[in-house]
Structures are given as C-alpha cells and as structure tokens.
Design a protein around this ligand. Sequence first.
Ligand code: NAP
Ligand code: HSE
Length: 437
Amino acid sequence: MATKKKALAVKAKKAGSTVKVALLGFGTVGSSVAKLLAASKFSGIQLTHIYNRDVERKRTSEAAKVVPASVFWTEKIDDVLTSDVDVVIELMGGLNPVEGWLRKALASGKSVVTANKQLIAYRGTGLAKLAEKHGVQLIHGAAVAGGVPVITGMQQGLSGDQTIRLSGIVNGTCNYILSRMETGADYATVLADAQQLGYAEANPSADVDGYDARAKLCILSRIALRAELDPDTVATQSISPVEAIDFTYAKDLNCTIRQVSRAQLDGTVVHARVAPMLVPLTSPLAWSHGTQNMVVASGRFGGDVVFSGHGAGGEPTAVAVVSDLLSVAQGCGVVQLPVRKRAVTGEFMAPHYLRFVVDDKPGIVSGIAGALAKVGANIDSLLQKPGYPKHRLPFVVTTEPCLTSTIEKAVASIAKMDCMLEKPLCLQILVSEDIPE
Ligand code: NAP
Ligand code: HSE
C-alpha cells in the first residue's frame, strides 16, 4: 500500500541529500532495525531519533550500544512529529496511540514504514489515502511473514496474474509451538520459549487464538485477491485445545497439525478461515518448522507461487523493515490496482478430524454416528488407541468432505452427550487441491 504518485517517496528530498529516520519502539524489532542500520551504514540514511516510553531504560540497554551517539532518544512523541525527519518507522504495535501519531506524521509530509499488521488490516485503506493526499509513502512489507518478501512479491511480481486463492502459514509463534509439539514438547513450555525469543505478540493470545494470522490474511487478500475483508468477520480457531494425542492420531492419518490461513475468491464472496488443520505429511506446509512461514498464491494464469522463510524474530523482520526504508528513500513506487469490499464466509467443503474425550460406556460411537448421519456427514474412519483409561478415553472420527457449518452443527449436538468430558476438537483436513505441488 503506498502512494499512487510517481515515485515521490521522500517528500522534497533532493538527490544526494540525507534521509532522516525516526524509530518508534525500541523492542525486539526496533532494536534489530537499529542493529542492521549500524551494521550496513547505508549511505544517505541517518537514524536521528528513537522514541519509546520510559526511554532511559532503552538508551542504557545492551541493544543500544550499536546506536550512534548522535541519535536523540526521547519519550515525547512530539519531538519526532515536529522534527524534520523524513521517514517514521513504527515498531510499537497496536492501534492506539499509533494510528493517531502516524496520521500526524503522514499529514506533516513524513513517509511511514511499519510492521504493524493490526494497524494495516484495520486502518490501512484510510492511512494509504492520507499518504497519497500528502504525497508520501506508507509501506508495510514486514507486516506479513516477517522477513519473507511476500507483500512485495505479490504487489510487484504477481500483479499481472489473477490470484484466486491464498493458503499458508503466517504466524511464526504458532508454527514454532505446533512443530515443537509434534516432537513431544509441551504447549505451555514452547509458548514461553516463543515469548522469550521475541516471536510472540505483546499479548500472545493474538498469536495462538489466530488474530495475528487473521490480520495478515486480510492484508494479503487485499493485495493478492484485491478483496477488502473486515478482519472481524474472518473465522478463527485457537490452537490452544490441540494436545499431544492429536499429533499421535494425525500421524496415523499421515498428517501433522499446523495453523493454516486460507482465503479463496468465489464470485463476490471470499471464503476465509484461520485455524489449526491437519496437513498431509507430503505437503510443504508440513515441512515448515519453527518460525518458518509459507504462503502459496494460486493464480489463474501463473499457477502456484510459494513464498517461504522466517516469519518472526527481530532480525528477519528487521530485514523487511530496512528494505522498505531503502525503497522509500530511493522513491521506488508500488503497483496499485483497484480493491473491492467483499463479504466473508467461513464455509469450506473439507474432510474433518473430530477428537473426543469420553467417560467410556456402550453406545457412544452409535450416538456420534447418529448425530453425523442426521446432518448428512459420512464417517471415513474411526481411530482408537489402546492403553488409555476407560474413564478418560480419547478417540477420533474422521469424516468425508462436508461443509464447515454442517460439521459444526453435528459437533454442537455431540458435545451435549453425557459421556463427553471435553468440548470435541474439530479440525479441517487439508485436501490435495489445497496443497502446493
Ligand atoms: P516489542 O518487543 O514489544 O517492542 C515494542 C516496543 O514499543 C517496546 O519497546 C515498547 O516499550 C514500545 N511501546 C509499545 N507501546 C508503546 C507506547 N504506547 N508508547 C511508547 N512505547 C511503546 O514488539 P516487537 O516484537 O518489536 O513488535 C513490534 C511490531 O512489529 C508489532 O507491530 C509486531 O506485531 C510487529 N512484528 C513483530 C515481529 C516479531 O517477530 N517480533 C515480526 C513481524 C512484525 P516497552 O518495552 O515499555 O513495552
Ligand atoms: N507474532 C508474530 C508471529 C510475529 O509469531 O508470526 C510476526 O508477525
């Protein structure tokens, strides 16, 4: 998203003059951006301001040692907004107070680089219009898939195609958690590791409950499907109910589990969903480990294009931010195509994995089969491992393809059975046409 105006990125800069830069936020990504700028010493770029609350704590930190002595550290945002900086790099996160501050920055002729997916998903269109009005740029290459240039790749390299479907892994924290659980690690331990390593959002619920991936899916849909989606209307499902036993059963089905984000154009509607799903072991999505992200864009003319790399972490994300900064500084324009508001549905036609934990007694399977038959869902397989206590017995049913709403209706009625000790877990199973070659 950037100004339509011809390559006037840094307003009123003469060729050869220095582009002054302010950093808002000196956390995981902000400190890595300072490190990359110090390491590469790009000519014509000068970091002049760093803003953060309680800034002395940041100025005296280990990470600040690479920052040039000439940089002005401040905890007063007006020191930045009323300064002569040309580019504001926002790495604080959230909508407030960031949106208001960036509006002021754009209105005063400063270009903005941000990694803030919530801001871009919810307010990106309005901010882009403001940037255009003031002849400056708003770039957000780091907002999706961290260090993977998926936004630039789609904006520039795929604009000639008609992308009809997006699917992939866009949250590094969830991928880190699920790919470690696959090898036996426990959920709470790996989530704490992801936080400590700087992958997780300030509130990790944004990661594990799917809101981070949902914002990213909406940004990608705007660029690739040219469809404006309201993030609040995109169905999300948390990864937190996924347990070790699910990896065991998934393996028996030649699958593993990943948080998958999907969006597909269907006339004037977009089918979209963010959820943990069973992914066949033959799929590249199953081979994504740790913070690796992978996005598959399926084009009407060009077929599948896969973007992959590290989607979280200070340094990979800082690469995307610094690349955006260079792009702004050099006045590189971005292809702009019309975007339409689209309604969203969470419906997909897919086989499903249902995991139940029951207090065992006769008739449970027939009760489940009856509830599935009532909605027209056909059972494909039933898996039950020996060795679990009868009073807390996990087992799995998989179904043939059926609509999401159909399976949800059956699961809601099964959940009411007396024997159910937990809410049943219902996961989509990705089928071959959704999988990149
Ligand atoms: P972070 O480590 O929490 O850093 C945010 C920094 O901004 C902190 O120094 C924080 O100060 C400061 N800050 C936050 N709110 C503030 C406020 N209202 N006023 C003043 N200072 C404030 O977060 P991060 O991981 O660097 O992420 C920054 C942005 O990049 C977010 O939008 C995130 O979604 C995005 N992003 C992150 C990654 C990643 O892997 N980490 C990847 C891609 C995109 P305190 O220290 O006082 O909290
Ligand atoms: N918390 C995000 C993730 C950071 O884990 O993917 C990158 O956007």
